[in-house]
Write a protein that binds this ligand. Sequence first.
Ligand code: HEC
Ligand SMILES: [Cu+2]
Length: 314
Amino acid sequence: MEPLADTSTLDMYGSQSALRPSGFGASMTYDLTLVMTVFFGVVFVFVMALLVFAWRRETPAGHWWVWSGGIILPVVTIVTLMTASTAILVASTRSDDQALVIDVTGYQFWWDVVYDPDGIALRDANELVLPADRAVTLRLKSNDVIHSFWVPSIAGKMDMIPGRINTLTIRPQEPGRYRGQCAEFCGLSHPRMAFEVVVLEPEAFDAWLLTTQGEARDMARPELLDGKQVFIDEGCSACHEIRGVAEGGRLGPDLTRVGARASLGAGMWRMNQGNLAGWIADVGDMKPGAQMPSYNHLSGPELRAVSAYLASLK
Ligand code: HEC
Ligand SMILES: [Cu+2]
């Protein structure tokens, strides 16, 4: 089994870099960073030149230098840049009445996602599918400790605090795959709490939302039926929901379309049947600290059946 955290992940995840912005907030932050870096680079060179000049001169410079270079110039530039960065902060987090609302809740160490919570309330996990060029308001919550939602290519980070809802309005720009990461230490597997962001063209997003609603895909292959039975018999539904099969389990990620995710275990492993089987048999080995029991008592055929069943849920 091959962890995702090797070089091949980058392609599969898309970028996780504030230096490759692809969202309104991230782009503005990037532009401001460039402006500040260039501007203060010039100031630095200028001050160093003055220093050399001062060393070389025999008579000290007059008060004029102190007033202009030491007081007026810093006041003007700092006020200008502060105004610009405040304006960017306000603009990049401004709410929008037309925005699509998505609830994202942090759990140790995974993400619960509900699209349009006041309407269709489509539940999913560990992946965020977004429309390009449309405002999306994320209502960020936590179920346990403080987490932080961060997709560097799309927007700045925002804390997820228990008992509070923090909203972040984002506007992804380019369709593609991006990577998000929990940015607040939240326990043993904090660095393994990541997720994929899939940005689709607006029409493709609407179609995705429509086809993803409803019950889990049900295929009548005998092996898959056995797998579904293992899922039910082993009580997986105490924590996991598969729409149309077992509803109400909320302590673990929704598995209605688990096989369609690119990764398993919130950005940890490639999604495939082998990794699913390894996960179910020995979670602690695949993700230390994960709040799921290991099912190492399952027989080989049971493990194969349940992992094949989950992989088929797309
Ligand atoms: C006590 C609650 C609990 C039970 C029971 C449980 N799980 Fe889990 N499961 C979790 C939690 C919590 C996670 C998320 C772990 C993480 O990523 O940190 C998880 C994650 C998973 C994932 C990965 C989902 C994803 O999006 O990557 C799969 C697959 C899974 N469980 C399958 C099962 C199966 C199959 C069973 C029954 C044999 C089962 N679980 C029983 C709590 C549970
Ligand atoms: Cu976290």
